[in-house]
Write a protein that binds this ligand. Structure first.
Ligand SMILES: [Cu+2]
Length: 143
């Protein structure tokens, strides 16, 4: 499969959306975790301006051994994280990765990720396209 690589950074301009193909990523962030924590979670809004549904099928980062796509489901009254094979962004629609819902999971962190630092992430979509972005580490904003 021929993969196109588009590198887009949103380092200082956090309010500036990241565009690739028809996919726009807005407001990405990773929740800070205490040093030594094995996992962390990342969130963002993903818009799809295209005419076809798009799926995130994989994610990776230099800060963790691997990543998984997760959702939360309630099992016997307890919210549990569950690995899912893809995250769909519907044509003309928006998918929100939010605490308590869909998220990116960084597993087996190789380094601490204090608030104020940046975490690189590469997202792979079902059409083979890739988006690279830097996600700021910060607490959830009050909206
Ligand atoms: Cu998770």
């Amino acid at each position: 499969m021929k993969k196109k690589l588009i590198t887009l950074l949103c380092l200082a301009l956090l309010s500036t959306p990241v565009w690739a193909f028809n996919i726009q990523i807005e407001d990405p962030f990773v929740s800070p975790v205490p040093p030594g924590s094995p996992v962390a979670a990342g969130y963002m809004k993903i818009h799809n301006a295209g005419a076809e549904d798009r799926k995130i099928v994989d994610a990776s980062s230099s800060v963790s051994e691997y990543m998984e796509l997760h959702t939360h489901t309630e099992v016997d009254g307890v919210m549990q994280m569950r690995k899912i094979p893809f995250i769909t962004v519907p044509a003309g629609g928006t998918t929100e990765l939010v605490p308590g819902g869909l998220h990116l999971m960084f597993i087996d962190l190789r380094q601490s990720i204090p608030a104020g630092s940046q975490v690189d992430v590469q997202l792979t979509f079902d059409d083979g396209s890739l988006i690279e972005l830097d996600m700021p580490v910060r607490r959830l904003r009050n909206r």
